[in-house]
Design a binder for this molecule. Structure first.
Ligand code: NAD
Ligand code: DAU
Length: 361
């Protein structure tokens, strides 16, 4: 039986991962979710499992060395760390880079050091079968040319452009340095864009769904032709678990959906799917149309194209994405339909201020 310390488990991917893990392993695992609950962290995402005997929540900041060391000291059975906690939104990093360095770089350093101290044996080796998985992004590789044949491989040199991706690249390098220097038992995963339930509506897909349903403009940056490689979040959760259990230690694995789409295509698919899902008698059907699309000023330093080559994870571990985009986007839209209160709660208060400043409205 493994005991997991999951950081950032109240966020989008972390909460989906915790759901996935309990669905897969039932009572055979313990998960300690450590999250400081920034604007992006929401315990509502975990309401249905909060009373599970194997689950516990600790509100703590990953940059708080004493708090993180105490969690390891209080739970000597922790033998898995899955590190999601981060500032994750590129646009916010362009406006306010410092917190990205603090959380993503310093926070990762604290997590590595605390796990190393808890797991290291007197001879400098580590307790057997103890593993740290660092969840990272394809954005560390920079951008690809607008060419359908170019892909990011694990060997692609790092070339981050935004403060977000630079801070994630820094955190990846720290993990790598612990593996190289101490033989610290870890893996790094670099994943493409996720979508699915519980995603905060600052990111493209939930923002467009929420705006459309409220008859608000759909702000497409630049020419709308930037490409992202979209993966259903549950497929990412499964990949993380498979890498941790079946991957070779010290290796990096790219995770991606082979599902590259231009942003404008995504927005069109969202509108088409929303219209199919809305009842003819629903008054929103009158305004959920492509007339809502509006082109706005481009993101500064906007990376043109991301595309993951998931060959290594497929050949070594046998992971492949399972959810086709057509099916995944419909499931996602239905989830947002069924969770209107969730959306209302997360878009009240500070979100309005963020939206007005970010989009000049
Ligand atoms: P998110 O912003 O939805 O969630 C981040 C979580 O981390 C929140 O619950 C937040 O409260 C918590 N957190 C932030 N700062 C913290 C701190 N100092 N201490 C403790 N907790 C803190 O992010 P996400 O989209 O779920 O991304 C999770 C991870 O996956 C990140 O590391 C991100 O870089 C990576 N990633 C995301 C994507 C994507 O498409 N969203 C793709 C690839 C990789
Ligand atoms: O590639 C993985 C990364 O994907 C993760 O590491 C990040 O944490 C995650 O936020 C995501 O980054 P992106 O910048 O690609 O995602 P975002 O949803 O912010 O934007 C997707 C694309 O849509 C991007 O080209 C910018 C564009 N966009 C975004 C918003 C919010 C718009 O055109 N309009 C918008 O309002």
């Amino acid at each position: 039986m493994h005991t997991y310390l999951v950081t950032g488990g109240a966020g989008f991917i972390g909460s989906n991962y915790i759901h996935y893990m309990f669905k897969k392993y039932g009572d055979d695992i313990r998960i300690i979710n450590v999250d400081v609950l920034t604007y992006a962290g929401n315990l509502e995402n975990l309401r249905d499992i909060e009373n599970k005997p194997g689950y516990s929540f600790v509100k703590a900041d990953i940059t708080d060395k004493a708090a993180i060391e105490k969690i390891f000291a209080d739970n000597p059975d922790i033998d898995r760390v899955v590190h999601f906690a981060a500032e994750s939104h590129v646009d916010r990093s362009i406006r306010n880079p410092e917190v990205f360095v603090q959380t993503n770089v310093m926070g990762t350093a604290v997590m590595l050091n605390a796990a190393k101290a808890a797991w290291e044996l007197p001879d400098g080796t580590f307790k057997p079968d103890h593993k740290f998985l660092h969840v990272s992004t394809d954005e560390v590789y920079g951008t690809l040319p607008d060419d359908d044949n170019a892909y990011f491989y694990e060997t692609t040199p790092y070339d981050p452009h935004s403060p977000y991706s630079a801070s994630k690249a820094g955190s990846d390098m720290l993990v790598k340095s612990y593996m190289d220097t101490y033989k610290f038992p870890a893996n790094i995963t670099n994943c493409s864009n996720n979508y699915g339930p519980y995603q905060f509506p600052e990111k493209l897909i939930p923002l467009m769904i929420n705006n459309a349903l409220n008859g608000k403009k759909l702000p497409v940056y630049g020419d709308g032709l930037n490409v992202r490689d979209w993966l259903y979040v549950e497929d990412h959760a499964k990949a993380i678990d498979m890498v941790q259990e079946q991957g070779r230690l010290f290796e990096t694995y790219n995770i991606g959906g082979h599902n590259e789409k231009r942003n404008i295509e995504i927005v069109n698919i969202i509108i088409d799917t929303l219209r199919e899902e809305l009842d003819d008698s629903d008054p929103r059907k009158a305004y959920v149309t492509k007339d809502l699309i509006t082109y706005v000023e481009d993101r500064k330093g906007h990376d043109r194209r991301y595309a993951i080559a998931p060959d290594k994870i497929k050949s070594e571990i046998g992971w492949e994405p399972e959810t086709m985009f057509k099916e995944g986007i419909r499931k996602t839209i239905r989830w947002y339909f069924d969770h209107e209160d969730w959306m209302k709660n997360v878009t009240s208060g500070d979100y309005q201020k963020y939206y007005e400043t970010m989009y000049n409205v």
